[in-house]
Design a protein around this ligand. Structure first.
Ligand SMILES: *Cc1c(COP(=O)(O)O)cnc(C)c1O
Length: 425
């Protein structure tokens, strides 16, 4: 192949991917789609700039327009999340966590996080960013029944370990964490309270799920591309918690990043404006859809987790498919992909770690399908498709045709200034 042909190949694959994605039912809980305005910002000349430092105090010349955008962004994020400070510079959720660990702790400090096998994120673990900071990582006692942190045992652990930092939030996250209950205990031992909102930032923006800064968190770290429907990136929101604020700011820059990907920054700013305008309606519909999908899946015969708690209070629905096949999620997820339904397998809290490739669970997120306009009745349709593939064992390729046909009706990105609110038929 000539080099020009390689170029063509890349562009062809991109186009094929975009077309395919718009035909499938994407239920990956950590993804979303951006509005045309945000997509425009990301594909803009801001991608060619460097801007180290804070707006109007940059180490690089040529930032006069970039600075204005970032200052608007800081203002909009503070308004949206009622925080004292907002920093749009972290280039991912993991990068935001790194900054928090470096800014608020010293090597050798104790920290308490959610274990990955209970739905925590790798960046909180000894082999992730927390470990790289040299922290002694302890994990929250977890109650499988309520699918949540065990408050009494957690309070005991805080008093025993006297951590410098406690971390709430996770990647398998159907129910709010007990921040209100445990933040006062953390304060007793002088710990900072951090909330990793990567999955649920869009819900928080819309007034759903929980409000960590009002419940006792000092700092919220997050990705900006899961339920918060922005471009891939990160953000840190925090209260004025005194002299350590300067340490945190120093950790962000020059600590863990230099240039902060200004095209993504601009995309985050437009997304914040979208969420100020449409976030409440969007978050409400996400949670309604998640509940509707969970109920419909249970009705179709699936073992949906969390029945006693109403299945979910977030964008996520968790299904245990270990009764359907010995390879469980390792069997179901690729089979659904053949039918045009994209989601991922997931370890459930009671799975042994050896089952990482054949875990019991499927993790489903409805935020993207909600954004393209799906409502509760459409969730019932998705549940039927899933039953046909996984329970009735229909040919997935046959189901895929119907999935593509169904998905064709949902081609606009709503809750945006480009398309407004979805119309209910
Ligand atoms: C996704 C996720 C992250 C990291 O996000 P990236 O932006 O991919 O680095 C951090 N924490 C939690 C809880 C997550 O789910």
């Amino acid at each position: 192949m000539s080099y020009a042909e390689y170029k063509d190949k890349v562009l062809e694959f991109i186009e094929a991917h975009e077309k395919w994605r718009a035909s499938t039912i994407n239920l990956i809980a950590s993804e979303n789609v951006t509005s045309p305005s945000v997509t425009r910002a990301v594909a803009s000349g801001f991608m060619h700039k460097y801007a180290e430092g804070w707006p109007r105090q940059r180490y690089y010349q040529g930032c006069k327009y970039v600075d204005e955008v970032e200052l608007i962004g800081v203002d909009l994020f503070c308004r949206l999340f009622k925080s004292d400070f907002a920093d749009l510079r972290p280039i991912s959720g993991t990068n935001a966590n790194q900054a928090a660990f470096f800014g608020l702790t010293q090597p050798g400090d104790n920290v308490i996080v959610l274990h990955t096998s209970h739905g925590g994120h790798i960046s909180h673990m000894p082999f992730g960013a927390a470990g790289m900071r040299g922290l002694n990582v302890f994990t929250w006692p977890f109650d499988n029944e309520s699918f949540n942190i065990d408050v009494d045992k957690a309070a005991q652990l805080i008093r025993e370990k006297e951590p410098k930092l406690v971390v709430f939030g996770g990647s398998l996250f159907p129910f709010p964490h007990p921040v209100k209950e445990l933040a006062p205990v953390a304060k007793e031992v002088g710990a900072y309270v951090m909330y990793d909102a990567a999955h649920v930032l869009g819900l928080i923006a819309g007034g759903e799920f929980q409000d960590p800064l009002r419940e006792g968190a000092d700092i919220v770290t997050s990705s900006t591309h899961k339920t918060f429907p922005g471009p891939q990136g990160g953000v840190i929101l925090y209260k004025n918690f005194g002299e350590d604020v300067a340490k945190l700011q120093w950790a962000i820059f020059p600590g863990v990043l230099s240039n902060h990907h200004l095209h993504h920054m601009a995309g985050k700013v437009i997304t914040a404006a979208e969420m100020l305008e449409y976030g409440e309606a969007y978050a409400k519909q996400i949670v309604k859809n998640a509940k509707a999908l969970a109920e419909a899946l249970a009705e179709e015969g699936f073992n949906v987790i969390g029945e006693d708690q109403g299945y979910t209070k977030s964008h996520q629905v968790i299904v245990d498919v270990s009764d359907l096949h010995e390879a469980a999620g390792g069997w179901a997820a690729p089979l659904l992909e053949e039918a045009g339904i994209i989601l991922n397998k997931n370890l459930l809290p009671w799975d042994p770690l050896e089952k990482v490739n054949t875990p019991s669970g499927l993790r489903i997120g409805v935020q993207e399908m909600t954004r393209v306009g799906m409502m509760e009745d459409d969730m019932k349709e998705i549940a039927r498709f899933m039953r046909r593939v996984l329970i009735d064992k229909e040919d997935p390729k046959k189901v895929e045709k119907e999935v593509f046909e169904f998905r064709r009706q949902f081609q606009k990105v709503y809750y945006s200034f480009d398309y407004g609110l979805p119309m209910k038929e």
